[in-house]
Write a protein that binds this ligand. Structure first.
Ligand code: TEU
Ligand code: CA
Length: 546
């Protein structure tokens, strides 16, 4: 076949790629200390190659006191001994490459650890050359520069008595914000990134990148006035010199901003993670812990808006999960009676869209949320929030309900490789408790069952490689007001594909024919055959139309 669309466009290799996210401390322990590590990842590369993914996004493995599980970096050019060494990292990059897999690093550039030498120096005196690497305000102890709050609780300002100054931190006290206004700091960051590129990494995920241009005096956190100026400079000095995939985390993105972030001229990133759909089960004006029922029609509208508005003008990232979010099968699927069906249904909706899909570790076997005792939670966000809300007088059972629904540790329990005591993750008690359901839900079982969620994901990844309509086709939402069905078309050069999904646990009368469509070929289907005139609970498929 000599179809122009099938010519591999290597400069945009990430357009038909699927990225798998690894949270290293929970993936695979190799040395029996109960914490996942780089050698553990190397051991599991064959599994990932079998799944068919193109790249791995590694959550941070650089040197860190682990106040926020590595999102507090004390040396950007070294590996934390907990995870291994620089040699292990180089081995991982090479071993992954042999299997056609690229390694993306997580760049945490908004803040460093307070144990970074930059900060240790910065604290020494106001005229230390590193002082201006961070954000300081003169003041008086106890009278904060303003009332800004940190993401993980408490004020966003921390007093340093030796200097008579406060430093600004959007996250924990141990995560001082870096001062992007300082060109010396920016240059130092670019050199660090070039050093990693030289080691052969395939790209980067940029942590809270929309917060680097903060203006604390104006109480601006994300989307600061100089944000895109900084990103364009960063991109030009680093990424644009390589054939990389870059994805910025941008909680404050809307579709217009995404046109800048993911501009086809490559002036910023390949794409961004946006969170509009992720916030839909949160009470307006509340925090993520203030939960409400998902409005399904709104979910369809939001995801469809992003599809339509970025088509030809930018590029979407597609995800339900990451290390900060609850497990999607528990959140918007059904993790009991219809775990397999609903996990596949959610995957079908996402992988049918235009953009680069991300699979979070364990999603491909339908791992679920957990309900632990409060003492068993490790995440700084969860632990601090629990304390804060209990002090404010919330009922413990209500706080726990929020944690079960939204706590970040839902995503951070060890990967369930088999049914042994510690799920094949480790030979000793892991740093965080294993989900009890590892007896049934595990990789070993998934690989033995040809109808498993694992093989469904494998097929979805393959379909993106084989069907240009999935990569390049435009998007059109169908049945907009239908309260149960998520359906849309993708079109490319006269070829038409349809995705149909029943989002709920009841049978819905539905016939594609009556909607005026005729199936030529099913590409994938989470039930063995059709039931004429109906969609069964969580039934979903992709089909090429006549
Ligand atoms: O998360 C960004 C962020 O804003 C989170 O605090 C998010 O609001 C929260 O997790 C939602 O529950 C990034 C990283 O993904 C996260 O793991 C880090 O803790 C955070 O930045 C600080 O680096
Ligand atoms: Ca280990």
């Amino acid at each position: 076949m000599n179809n122009e669309k099938n010519v591999v466009d290597t400069s945009n290799w990430w357009k038909n790629s699927v990225v798998y996210q690894i949270y290293p401390r929970s993936f695979q322990d190799s040395n029996g200390d109960g914490i996942g590590d780089l050698q553990g990842i190397i051991k599991r590369l064959d599994y990932l190659q079998d799944l068919g993914i193109d790249a791995i996004w590694l959550s941070p493995v650089c040197k860190s006191p682990q106040d926020d599980n590595g999102y507090d970096i004390s040396d950007y050019q070294d590996i934390d001994p907990m995870f291994g060494s620089l040699n292990d990292m180089e081995e991982l990059i090479q071993e992954a490459k042999k299997r056609g897999i690229r390694i993306l690093l997580d760049l945490v550039l908004n803040h460093s650890s307070d144990e970074h030498t930059w900060f240790i120096e910065a604290k020494k005196s106001k005229d230390n050359p590193y002082h201006d690497y961070y954000v300081w305000r003169d003041g008086v102890e106890g009278i904060y520069p303003n009332d800004m709050k940190a993401c993980f609780g408490g004020p966003a300002w921390e007093w340093v008595p030796e200097l008579g100054q406060y430093y600004f931190h959007q996250f924990s006290v141990k995560q001082p914000d870096l001062n992007w206004e300082n060109p010396k700091l920016r240059r130092e960051i670019y050199d660090m990134i070039l050093w990693w590129m030289d080691k052969g990494v395939g790209g980067f995920r940029l942590d809270v990148i929309d917060q680097i241009a903060k203006e604390p005096d104006l109480k601006i956190t994300n989307n600061g006035p100089r944000l895109h100026e900084y990103i364009k400079e960063l991109s030009k000095e680093t990424f644009q010199t390589g054939n990389l995939i870059t994805v910025g985390e941008a909680w404050g993105a809307n579709t217009e901003l995404a046109h800048l972030y993911s501009a086809p001229d490559g002036s910023e990133f390949s794409m961004v993670f946006q969170f509009e759909h992720i916030n839909l089960d949160q009470q307006p004006g509340g925090e993520k812990w203030d939960i409400k029922e998902l409005d399904f029609i709104q979910l369809k509208q939001i995801l469809s808006k992003w599809q339509v508005e970025l088509h030809g003008k930018g590029w979407n990232s597609l995800f339900w999960n990451n290390h900060d979010l609850p497990r999607i099968v528990s959140r918007w699927g059904n993790d009991e009676q219809y775990r397999e069906e609903s996990a596949k249904m959610l995957a079908t909706i996402l992988h049918g869209m235009q953009g680069t899909p991300y699979i979070y570790q364990g999603e491909e076997i339908g791992m679920t949320n957990v309900k632990y005792q409060i003492e068993e939670y490790k995440d700084i966000e969860t632990v601090n929030m629990y304390k804060e809300r209990i002090e404010k007088g919330y009922k413990p059972e209500d706080v726990m309900r929020s944690i079960y629904a939204k706590g970040r540790d839902n995503a951070r329990t060890p990967i369930q490789w088999d049914s042994s005591q510690y799920a094949g993750f480790s030979t000793v008690k892991p740093w965080i408790k294993v989900n009890d359901n590892c007896k049934e839900i595990n990789v070993e079982n998934a690989l033995e069952n040809k109808d498993s969620i694992f093989y469904y994901y494998k097929k979805l990844i393959q379909l993106r490689k084989e069907n240009p309509v999935l990569v390049h086709g435009d998007y059109q939402l169908l049945l907009e007001t239908n309260p149960d069905i998520f359906a849309y078309c993708r079109n490319l050069d006269g070829q038409r594909m349809v995705v149909v999904a029943n989002f709920h646990d009841k049978e819905i009368p539905f016939s594609l024919k009556e909607e005026g469509f005729e199936v030529k070929e099913y590409l994938i289907h989470n039930y063995r055959e059709e039931k004429a005139g109906y969609l069964r609970p969580y039934e979903a498929y992709m089909a090429i139309l006549n």
